[in-house]
Design a protein around this ligand. Structure first.
Ligand code: ZN
Length: 363
């Protein structure tokens, strides 16, 4: 169960102190949960957190009693796309979405980020949008025009011709073009940059078929140039990378890996060596079976309904598709091994809006 302080602004105007009470609180530090917890909020600051008998609630405070619920810190979606809705067309469906006019994309995005907020997500680490849609949406949230989590924009995907990403972004080639796009993204308000190193669709008459996982679309010097330029400008760089290309990215000084599928013992040891982590994205791997957005739009009464519904769908898909089940089990084994090696693992929805709770369950 999660709590977002939605609408708290109205209470704050009338009363400067809010006391939130709940059966328990998990503070996110790894400490034991606090039973019978109180959180004292003054203005936009948390003043105190503790057991009900340890925190004195000032007279006149606005008390919100959440009963048997659990309070958590705001969640971070570490692989967020704002504007797409994945569907049974898989990656092609996402790319089609990001090829639409900006207005259509952003309108869908407004709904998506509201869903994210209602699932307890308060920060979106964006990993690629087109035409700076993420920066515009960040502005709109900051200005209070639309509800949404804090948005950390990545700007336009950094990818190569015939690489992985929307067609409009597949134009960057060679070290200097990499540097130019990093600079342009920085100028347009990016918080970090995203390189999509692996998983391209086969171009030409065979467009639509995926090339082998782990094959890099970038040369080593292209990755190096993008990472160096990002660092020179004070930005972090993250890379969509699976299999052997993870090595290229880590050796170039990348700050984090997105997905990080097809791990080997050797690749895991590189994560340890370079002290880097990866972002697990579970629900998106079901996208070619996924046609459930109508449930979210028309049936679900809460985000919990949404997660319960999708959980059932995924269980059914796994039961009915042996190769999917095998892949999920293999991935679970890798995640456990990576965790035992002390590799930091974050979670991301990769545009499966509202499903971060399922991503956390999967870990
Ligand atoms: Zn993605």
């Amino acid at each position: 169960m999660t709590l977002g302080l939605i609408g708290a602004g109205r209470c704050l105007a009338q009363n400067p102190v809010i006391a939130i009470e709940a059966a328990r609180l998990i503070d996110g530090t790894g400490r034991e949960p606090i039973e019978n917890a109180v959180v004292l909020v003054k203005g936009d600051k948390i003043e105190a957190v503790g057991r009900r008998n340890e925190v004195s609630i000032p007279a006149g405070a606005h008390v919100i009693d959440l009963g048997n619920d659990t309070i958590l810190p705001g969640l971070i979606d570490a692989h967020a796309h704002l504007t797409v809705r994945p569907d049974v067309r898989g990656l092609q469906g996402q790319l089609d979405g990001m090829a639409q006019p900006g207005g259509q994309q952003v309108l869908r995005g407004v709904r998506n980020i509201r869903t994210q907020l209602l699932s307890g997500v308060t920060t979106l680490y964006v990993v690629g949008e087109m035409r700076n849609n993420d920066a515009y949406m960040q502005e709109a949230v900051q200005a209070g025009i639309i509800p949404g989590p804090r948005i950390l924009p990545a700007g336009v995907f950094i990818t190569t011709t015939a690489g992985h990403g929307p067609r409009e972004s597949r134009v960057t080639n060679g070290p200097w073009e990499m540097r130019t796009l990093v600079r342009r993204n920085a100028e347009n308000g990016a918080d970090h940059v995203k390189l999509t190193i692996t998983d391209r669709l086969r171009a030409g008459p065979r467009y639509g078929a995926m090339l082998a996982k782990g094959e890099s679309n970038f040369t080593r010097e292209e990755i190096q140039a993008a990472v160096d330029e990002a660092h020179r400008l004070g930005l972090k760089a993250t890379a969509h990378a699976n299999g052997e290309s993870i090595r290229l990215a880590l050796e170039a000084g990348i700050d984090s890996i997105q997905h990080g599928n097809d791990l080997t013992e050797e690749l895991m040891n590189l994560f340890v060596k370079y002290k880097k982590g990866f972002v697990s994205t579970y629900t998106i791997t079901f996208q070619t079976f996924f046609n459930e957005w109508g449930f979210l739009d028309n049936v679900a009464g809460s985000n919990q309904d949404w997660n319960n519904h999708v959980r059932d769908v995924l269980v059914r898909v796994r039961r009915e598709n042996a190769p999917v089940e095998t892949a999920v089990r293999a991935r679970h084994k890798d995640l456990l091994q990576a965790h035992r090696k002390g590799i930091p693992i974050a979670v991301g929805t990769d545009s499966m809006s509202g499903l971060l709770p399922l991503e956390i369950e999967n870990l």
